[in-house]
Design a protein around this ligand. Structure first.
Ligand code: ADP
Ligand code: MG
Length: 254
């Protein structure tokens, strides 16, 4: 269980003159939960987006389960993969966004069937059985025929998590999954993520929920200004931070 699942090495990324990632290193082992904390603008979303190659890195590299993301190596050179191959890699990487991003014109069940049936060409019957099992897992078995607009934000986010799981990803990335929710709906979504953590799903979660980090994370990573300032077990980073920048951030959010 201690194999490296996600490896980020020396990743740099700029948007024009703005350096957003300045040499990020991150290792996530299979079955572990990594929580990324950091102020707004520190590069957290950009880092997640480079992991599934929604953003190209300027230098450095990322691998998942030993496979280079977005590139193939030929001798000493990296060649960017064709879009088709990038899409194939992306099916191994689940992504849950702050704003759910469900297909509004599809029912809950069809939201879960879209990618497995269209992208992976799974037989519809088999995909539907998986989808219903996943809806049950997130407590929404009775909402299969509802449309997203008929659901609360918490329910929509649970559908989004089930949809991400439908591809049986090697890793699940969450970008502030509860930030758009009313406070009373945050718990139901965090409970689903906690349940995934217990069953060994490899996850990287960007969140401001410090209590969740303390309870669920194997590793807490504090990012600021495009670098990893500090990382370690929650007890170390949250209760005994070594860096002034980490202390200042925690003083504001705790
Ligand atoms: P965080 O998620 O930690 O708040 P982001 O990764 O979203 O930070 O953004 C880091 C910085 O990069 C911000 O200054 C943001 O405005 C900038 N940025 C992000 N995406 C783009 C983009 N596509 N083009 C230009 N600037 C961007
Ligand atoms: Mg962000």
């Amino acid at each position: 269980m201690n194999d490296v699942m996600v490896d980020v090495r020396g990743v740099h990324k700029s948007f024009g003159p703005l350096q957003v990632l300045r040499g990020v290193d991150l290792t996530v082992r299979a079955g572990e939960v990594t929580v990324i904390l950091g102020p707004s603008g520190s590069g957290k979303s950009t880092l997640l987006r480079t992991i599934n190659h929604l953003e190209k890195v300027d230098s450095g590299w990322i691998s998942i389960d030993g496979e280079l993301i977005g590139y193939r190596r030929a001798g000493n050179k990296l060649h960017e993969l064709k879009e088709r191959d990038v899409l194939k890699q992306r099916t191994h990487i689940g992504f849950v966004f702050q704003n759910f991003n469900l297909f509004p014109h599809l029912t809950v069940l069809d939201n879960l069937l879209e990618a497995p049936v269209s992208a992976l060409r799974r037989p519809k019957k088999e995909a539907e059985a998986t989808a219903r099992r996943l809806l049950d897992r997130v407590g929404l078995a009775d909402k299969a025929d509802a449309y997203p607009r008929q659901l609360s934000g918490g329910q929509q986010q649970r559908v989004a998590i089930a949809r991400a799981l439908a591809l049986e990803p090697k890793v699940l990335l969450f970008d502030e999954p509860t930030s758009a929710l009313d406070p009373e709906l945050v718990g139901e979504v965090l409970d689903v993520i906690k349940d995934l953590a217990r069953t060994g799903t490899t996850m990287i979660v960007v969140t401001h929920e410090i209590g969740f980090a303390r309870e669920v994370a194997d590793t807490v990573v504090f990012m600021d200004d495009g670098t990893v300032v500090e990382q370690g077990p929650p007890a170390a980073v949250l209760d005994d931070p070594q860096r002034e920048r980490t202390r200042a951030f925690l003083a504001k959010v705790l």
